[in-house]
Design a protein around this ligand. Structure first.
Ligand code: FEO
Length: 168
């Protein structure tokens, strides 16, 4: 059975994952408005990723004798200065999420909860990918300078992204 402290901390993280989903949905809507369907698709796939993360935690709490409790989700904001500003914000957000996951792992270690440590290892690995994925697009956008053919090529590349639930 999971401790009350860890149960509450994972519930807090479910809220953060759902906030991430909401933030990326807002970013998708920005790109839809800009007519950049590939960029929009990238974030719509990211929305699915974040829901998947939240649901993994939801099921874990149930399996461990805890209970998922929904909280209020903050508003993510709707205005962004440029495509680069969007990805810089997304990259920064993923670094923040990594720090939260690390904090959860610290707590699981402190409580000597091996099942939670094993569960959280998946998220530790996932955050490496999450950060790398945002960071690589920040680099590309800087290279392109946010204009011209480069943007169209990147839009085409991002249109190909699909949601593949990662292995459990
Ligand atoms: Fe759920 Fe993007 O980390």
């Amino acid at each position: 059975m999971i401790s009350k402290k860890l149960e509450e901390a994972i519930n807090e993280q479910i809220n953060k994952e759902l906030y991430s989903e909401y933030l990326y949905l807002s970013m998708a809507a920005y790109f839809a408005d800009q007519g950049l369907a590939g960029f929009e698709n990238f974030f719509l796939v990211q929305v699915q990723e974040e829901r998947f993360h939240a649901m993994k935690m939801y099921h874990f709490l149930n399996e461990r004798g805890g209970r998922a409790r929904m909280k209020q989700i903050d508003g993510p904001g709707t205005d962004f200065a440029s495509p680069l500003a969007v990805f810089e914000k997304a990259y920064e957000h993923e670094q923040y999420v990594t720090s939260l996951i690390n904090g959860l792992m610290d707590l699981a270690i402190k409580e000597n909860d091996h099942a939670s440590k094993s569960f959280l290892n998946w998220f530790i690995d996932e955050q490496v990918e999450e950060e790398a994925s945002m960071e690589s697009i920040v680099s590309k956008l800087k290279m392109i300078g946010g204009k011209g053919n480069g943007m169209l090529m990147l839009d085409k590349e991002l249109a190909a992204r699909t949601f593949v639930p990662a292995a459990e």
